[in-house]
Design a protein around this ligand. Structure first.
Ligand code: NAD
Length: 443
């Protein structure tokens, strides 16, 4: 498949066309925009298997994950289609003889820059709320994986999205991405990707005082207490790091376990980490290859550094001698809390286990990284769980579950270096709209 290497000229043409299309698109009744998104949901469901195979082939993710992604993409279109005529403004009690309303207006032309790890579901997640509220959109897909984004844009035409409303830009970050982030004609930018690139994007937006949402990296902790239902917890904890080969912003990459059960938990995980199925995406293994040689080398390098700094390899599944960027899924212990493997996002199938003795120690470890995206708490003591919810800094906290089945309905985003702003749920609609306060004095 050949992908166009677009740059400043294509971005400029897309932004201009999006500007021209914005007023007519916003002038449609919300329910009309919603109907087009409903059609998108139906088309994605019609083509779900083909989209899943395309996504698995493009990214290396196991087929089961790609199928889940296709189902989620349909759900995003469906959810925001339903929200089209339910995103209300406010009527504000003010002085007598006045009527004051605060109404929601589209931002105008919105820019969207995406990473390579979940292109299918993330294209739907970022575009559906923007489109349904009357914005026109320009999306820069990731250079490492954009096949399903291309296909979704073909489906937009089939669904009846008017010409000019949605534009896809393919190409490299430093060229096409930077051109979009630095374009004066964008009214809002949504960026999902690494924290380092997010900071560059923020600087580009500052020049225009342009609002933005940053969905960045994570180093999410799982806090496992001795009273937890381990039979229920451990398979979920394992999946939280292995899903998509660990290339998930909300991967549960740090397991903090109460000392009395640390041995038992580590033994269970070691058995699994020694015996995972690793193979090509279309054979639907538990762990597929990583996205690129660059990502494989980054993860392998971080593993080597961790061991050099004193971490112990507890278990590791050997990788097959096949083409593809495989990395051995690895369980680590004895890593110092301040070490890179505990502090930096690995974005690979690497889980670090760390025991704790007190709740205060668990909280200090949980909060002791630059990130704050998600957290998991496993305990039967609900008072403790709620107390911890208040004390752990994260945009989403799960109690006795993790990930919650995709969570299209659940506001999602980070604190600290994980970014700001919220996607998913009704909260996403606030990001892509502006509140206009209108004050009317009775004559
Ligand atoms: P990345 O930051 O390298 O790239 C993301 C996108 O930004 C790509 O489309 C890339 O082309 C573009 N880009 C790169 N440099 C740019 C520049 N100077 N100007 C404009 N655009 C530029 O991230 P990645 O490696 O593709 O993705 C992995 C990262 O994404 C991880 O850190 C992960 O945690 C994060 N992520 C976050 C979420 C979330 O919702 N919080 C979801 C998925 C991934």
């Amino acid at each position: 498949m050949e992908i166009s290497r677009m740059g400043a000229a294509e971005v400029d043409a897309a932004v201009r066309a999006a500007r021209a299309a914005q007023r007519p698109w916003a002038a449609l009744a919300p329910v009309e925009r919603g109907r087009i998104l409903y059609r998108m949901a139906e088309l994605v469901r019609r083509d779900a298997e083909a989209l899943a195979v395309l996504e698995a082939t493009d990214t290396g993710k196991p087929l089961r994950q790609a199928r889940a992604d296709a189902a989620l993409a349909a759900r995003y279109f469906e959810f925001y289609a339903g929200a089209a005529d339910k995103h209300h403004g406010q009527v504000i009690p003010f002085q007598p003889g006045h009527q004051v309303v605060a109404k929601r207006e589209p931002r105008g032309v919105t820019g969207h820059i995406l990473p390579w790890n979940y292109p299918l579901q993330m294209t739907a997640r970022t575009l559906a709320p923007a489109l349904v509220t009357g914005n026109t959109v320009v999306l820069k897909a990731a250079e490492d994986a954009c096949a399903t984004a291309i296909r979704l844009f073909e489906l937009f035409a089939e669904a009846g999205l008017p010409a000019g409303v949605a534009h896809l830009i393919t190409g490299y970050g430093a060229e096409a991405g930077a051109a979009l982030a630095g374009h004066a004609g964008i009214d809002y930018l949504s960026f999902t990707g690494s924290t380092a690139t997010g900071r560059t994007i923020m600087e580009a937006c500052a020049r225009f005082t342009r609002p933005l949402t940053l969905e960045l990296g994570g180093k999410s902790p799982q806090l496992l207490f001795a009273d937890a239902d381990l039979d229920a917890a451990l398979p979920v904890i394992l999946n939280a790091i292995l899903q998509n080969g660990g290339q998930t912003c909300s991967a549960g990459s740090r397991l903090l376990v109460e000392a009395p059960i640390a041995r038992r938990v580590t033994d269970w995980l070691a058995h699994r980490f020694n015996n995972l199925s690793v193979g090509p995406a279309l054979e639907d293994p538990e762990v597929g290859p990583l996205i690129s040689a660059k990502q494989r080398d980054r993860v392998s390098g971080m593993l080597r550094e961790a061991v050099g700094a004193g971490a112990r390899v507890v278990a590791q599944t050997q990788v097959p001698d096949l083409p593809g960027f495989f990395v051995a899924p690895t369980l680590l212990a004895d890593a110092a809390p301040s070490s890179s493997i505990q502090q930096e996002e690995v974005f690979g199938p690497v889980l670090v286990v760390t025991p704790f003795r007190t709740v205060n120690q668990a909280v200090a470890l949980a909060n002791g990284t630059p990130y704050g995206l998600t957290a998991g708490i496993w305990t039967r003591d609900l008072s403790r769980a709620h107390d911890l919810c208040d004390r752990v800094r994260a945009g989403q906290v799960f109690i006795n579950t993790y990930g919650a089945g995709g969570g299209v309905e659940l506001p999602f985003g980070g604190t600290k270096a994980s970014g700001f702003g919220r996607e998913k749920g009704m909260a996403a609609l606030d990001e892509v709209t502006e509140l206009k306060t209108v004050v009317l004095k009775y004559l």
